[in-house]
Design a protein around this ligand. Structure first.
Ligand code: HEC
Ligand code: HEC
Length: 444
């Protein structure tokens, strides 16, 4: 039946001398129109990510230009358990890394409601097998009061964390009077990512200095990458944060099917995925908040009333008074910013298994159902604070499934393994190196 219709269409087109353009799938025509409409400049480019090696097109900090060797160094350091040298208990020395909470297979998220670096043990398949060590009290491990954000496409995040507190640039211009504690680092004039990576070593109980870097074998790399720094400033937290930030800026999902579709390959997505995308950029209104290259929104913070992490099963070291529950307001101290959170990017989320800042949802389907119902779940957030764009959507079950398909498959770059190093120079197991993780990761 389909064949005949197509045959008749081809013949008619032939008779009327249509160009091959008009033979394309009507879904592509509609989707292109919808995506253009969602773009502030009417162009598909607004959503097209650069390739991971197109350094000129990746947003970067002028203090920290991207180079291949710097990225290669950062790739090892991000997974390096050899710098985990400041744990609370000796037993945990050399057992965790940045990637303990940002696991590539879990979309660079922890694979559990809350990441545990120092004070945790085990890995499982994707991070779900990690648990708190019995000899750490609940308030002792390195865990945070919000779910770890993905670091995918973080080059497009000017101010990092759910509250956007890092970096004196962009959204934080004018917030100088609230820079205290962790955020004093903003005074250095680095971008959000470089600032946070620098702050991260202490928070995550890691040590970098000339001796450690030399012992682990990284000195030649630092010399090659940071040769313009005087020797006394070459093997430091700052250079290490530069290398790691450069690596993180190269984490770009430019091989996801939707990206290929945007670049002109109409076969990159199935019809159902295109229907899901049409809903995303149309009836479901997702694009109103998730916009731009990684479908985040670097300059907006919204309240959509999701639960906080203290309410999640097994969450430790966080409670109802955790400042992070206030989102942007916890940083700016402005009443009107309370409960507003950064709009996160939407690529490679499938393997994460825990969604929203409080890990209150266990699947993308639950997330889409939440947006479809449009009813807040957090009693602390009053209705008057909820973003106007968050309201019941009236999607059918079938439509919900199509939006889920679009997010899980069209926005999934299978090539992410290229961002995992072959080895780290310490020779340690990574991303974790405790006895249980070593078994789980097949390191023994
Ligand atoms: C104990 C788990 C844990 C470890 C270890 C960890 N992170 Fe994170 N990471 C988090 C959490 C939680 C957040 C979200 C924090 C928030 O919003 O308050 C986060 C957020 C980030 C972000 C911000 C992303 C964005 O879009 O704003 C970056 C960048 C980042 N981490 C980099 C690193 C680096 C670099 C290291 C190693 C130095 C590291 N992380 C180690 C848990 C961890
Ligand atoms: C009002 C603006 C707004 C709209 C509309 C919106 N989102 Fe979001 N979205 C957000 C914010 C803000 C968050 C983070 C909320 C939090 O965790 O506190 C988020 C989180 C998410 C997450 C979880 C990401 C993660 O890392 O946990 C997914 C998936 C998502 N949105 C998909 C969608 C889809 C699909 C739609 C359309 C049906 C949609 N969003 C509509 C603002 C919005």
């Amino acid at each position: 039946m389909k064949k005949y219709v197509l045959g008749a269409f081809v013949m008619l087109s032939f008779i009327y001398g249509c160009s091959s353009d008009e033979l394309t799938n009507p879904l592509d025509v509609d989707l292109k129109a919808a995506v253009r409409k969602a773009s502030p400049n009417g162009s598909l480019d607004h959503f097209i990510l650069p390739s991971s090696t197109d350094y000129a097109s990746i947003p970067s900090d002028p203090n920290n230009p991207l180079t291949e060797t710097k990225i290669e160094l950062g790739r090892m350091l991000f997974f390096e358990t050899g710098i985990a040298l400041d744990p609370l208990f000796e037993e945990s020395k050399g057992t965790y890394s940045c990637a303990t909470c940002h696991i590539p297979e879990a979309g660079f998220m922890p694979g559990r409601a809350q990441g545990i670096a120092d004070g945790g043990s085990g890995f499982g398949v994707n991070g779900e097998g990690r648990t708190k060590l019995f000899f750490y009290d609940n308030d002792e491990p390195d865990v945070q009061g919000a779910r770890a954000l993905s670091v995918m496409n973080v080059a497009f995040v000017p101010n990092t964390t759910w509250s956007g507190q890092f970096g004196g640039n962009d959204n934080n211009v004018g917030t100088e009077d609230v820079w205290e504690g962790f955020t004093e680092i903003n005074e250095l004039g680095l971008m959000g990512l470089e600032s946070q990576a620098l702050e991260g070593f202490e928070l995550h109980r890691m040590i970098v200095n000339g001796t450690i870097i030399d012992t682990l074998g990284y000195k030649p790399y630092y010399d090659a990458v940071f040769g313009s720094f005087p020797v006394s400033e070459r093997y430091t937290k700052l250079t290490t944060s530069f290398a790691i930030s450069a690596y993180l800026r190269s984490l770009i999902t430019n091989d996801a099917p939707f990206q290929h579709w945007l670049k002109g390959n109409e076969f990159a997505m199935s019809d159902e995925q295109k229907e899901g995308a049409l809903l995303f950029f149309g009836k479901a209104g997702c694009y109103k908040c998730h916009n731009g290259k990684p479908l985040n929104n670097p300059n907006q913070f919204y309240a959509i009333g999701v639960k906080d992490l203290y309410e999640a099963d097994e969450a430790i070291n966080t409670n109802v008074n955790d400042l992070r529950n206030l989102g942007r307001g916890g940083f700016t101290k402005k009443e009107e910013d309370n409960f507003k959170f950064k709009v996160p990017q939407l690529y490679n989320l499938k393997g994460g298994g825990f969604y929203f800042h409080g890990s209150s949802k266990r699947s993308i389907k639950e997330v889409v159902e939440y947006f479809n119902e449009g009813v807040k779940e957090n009693a602390m957030v009053s209705n008057s604070r909820i973003a106007a764009q968050f309201h019941p959507l009236g999607l059918s079950e079938e439509e919900i499934d199509k939006v889920v398909l679009f997010i899980e498959h069209s926005l999934y770059d299978h090539e992410f393994h290229k961002h995992v190093p072959q080895q780290v120079l310490s020779g340690n197991c990574f991303p974790n190196n405790d006895a249980l993780s070593r078994v789980d990761l097949g390191c023994n």
